[in-house]
Design a protein around this ligand. Structure first.
Ligand SMILES: [Zn+2]
Ligand SMILES: [Zn+2]
Length: 307
């Protein structure tokens, strides 16, 4: 059984016939331990510590847990209530009741755990409200997009760090809903579509960068983020192709779109490689199957944007 690490180097899948597949998610050197995650990678240090202590009966002392910045991601950092620029970090990350200390050298204020708990409680209740009031329909999903954007505006950089894990969760919720709306023919307004696609690309890139640090390589979470990335990138390409405008574009615009298409092809290859081991019937397996190079959409774009 692999050892635990909050930045694991392997990931696993249980197939429909109950077969267990363990796969290296990043290159593993000979002699290096194979590690697996026995908690939620997209939780903050305190949440992981509590979970591991309660369910697996140990305190994790991995690199990510011992670093109050979580490897520079600021995944658990809370906005300092005293100074304008500082963020509160855990003073003793492995202590679940640790105080928090401002990282601004001119402030260094120590704040008790209860303050942070209060901030997180407010965000958790916003998240719960969101999950309880979401409707499945296209209009419902689009409404949730607005609600989530508002929540992000309220909290990002104001109560918590923009990369905080609760924001990571919200941004993933946002990506899923945007993906749902873009997959349907619900949106007729091209500008509205473009705006959503741009935002998807921005959010997917940001969260892939975070995942590359705390949950790198071949795992479901990164596979899904990269799927959202290619979906957003495809929108402007399809628009140009659909309106048969490619020939009229200035050379620099066309070459920009060609390089976007190149990125789409590469990203789809990676998504397929990551998600193709998922068991049939799972949404991820469905996504992997969609990433074929022979889809009508890709073949059509290839004619226009491939050199
Ligand atoms: Zn850890
Ligand atoms: Zn401060």
């Amino acid at each position: 059984m692999p050892a635990h690490d909050c930045t694991p180097n392997s990931s696993w899948v249980i197939q429909a016939n109950s077969e267990f597949t363990l796969r290296a998610s990043v290159p593993i050197q000979s002699g290096e331990s194979i590690t697996q995650l026995y908690s939620q990678p997209t939780a903050g240090t305190q949440e992981r510590q509590v979970h591991l202590r309660q369910s697996k009966f140990f305190d994790c002392t991995c690199k990510r847990c011992l670093d109050p910045t979580e490897l520079g991601t600021f995944f658990s950092a809370i906005k300092c209530p005293v100074c304008p620029d500082g963020y509160l970090l855990l003073e003793t990350p492995t202590d679940v009741l640790s105080n928090w200390k401002c990282d601004n050298d001119k402030c260094v204020r120590v704040i008790p755990e209860v303050f942070v708990e209060d901030v997180l409680e407010r965000i958790r209740s916003d998240l719960l409200n969101l999950q309880n009031n979401s409707e499945e329909s296209n209009s419902g999903q689009l409404k949730s997009v607005g609600v989530i954007e508002k929540l992000l505006k309220t909290h990002q950089g104001k109560t918590v760090h923009p990369n905080h894990y609760t924001m990571h969760t919200l941004e993933n919720e946002l990506l899923q809903r945007m993906s749902f709306v873009l997959s349907s023919s619900y949106l007729q307004n091209g500008n509205e579509k473009d705006n959503i696609a741009d935002r998807m690309v921005q959010l997917a890139r940001k969260n892939v960068t975070i995942a590359d640090i705390i949950w790198p390589g071949f795992n479901r979470h990164r596979g899904r983020l990269l799927y959202f990335l290619q979906q957003g990138l495809l929108i402007p390409l399809n628009r140009v192709a659909g309106q048969k405008r490619a020939k009229k574009l200035p050379a620099n615009k066309l070459s920009e779109l060609k390089s976007i298409f190149e990125e789409v092809l590469q990203t789809r290859k990676t998504v397929h490689a990551i998600l193709s081991i998922e068991p049939a019937g799972r949404e991820e397996s469905f996504i992997a199957n969609m990433m074929t190079e022979n889809s009508e959409e890709i073949l059509n774009l290839r004619k226009i944007f491939k050199n």
